[in-house]
Design a protein around this ligand. Sequence first.
Ligand code: IMP
Ligand code: MG
Length: 185
Amino acid sequence: MKILLDKEKLHDGVSRLAQDIETAFEGRHMTIIGVLTGSVVLVADLIRLIDQPMRVGVIQASSYRGATTERGELIINSELMLDITGRDVLLVDDIFDTGHTLERVVDKLHEFEPSSIRSAVLLRKEGRQEVEYEPDFAAFRIPDEFVVGYGLDYEDMYRNLPFLAALEPEDLQKHAEHVSANQLL
Ligand code: IMP
Ligand code: MG
């Protein structure tokens, strides 16, 4: 794996992000909504760096990749979410890639009539954006590579890595071997 952001760099970026958010929400109660599952590590760190009253909740967004479709159908489940009507919401996700996920989740949140919605992401991938929607806060810009760690997964693994790394061909090979070995058990 090629490490793009080590523990210290991640901490510095998330601290700066927390500072920007604190300034933007000064004097207002905020409701932070994390997008499951990729945002769990960022949300856990971020909320402990923001010294302000807040409520914390989650929303689930998962894409199911069909056999013939390029992009999986996005399923948004807001059943576990806090009531956000009339609230100032900060939506938090791991990465803004094409932007379709964040745009769709923001549209969904609007249905609950919050007083405002802003969004924060850990990562923004360069040159991939396909929507007009822009996240309000982003900690890092990264090149167009598939990354894992600090919440981000490849086939639901590697979310626990304390650093951010790009997967290389030999990692994909090892991953495939691990998966097939475990299916034999
Ligand atoms: P978007 O809808 O294209 O912006 O993609 C957003 C979702 O795709 C993220 O929430 C991630 O789950 C996933 N994703 C996009 N790029 C990566 C990556 O490099 N590593 C892991 N997940 C990614
Ligand atoms: Mg995700």
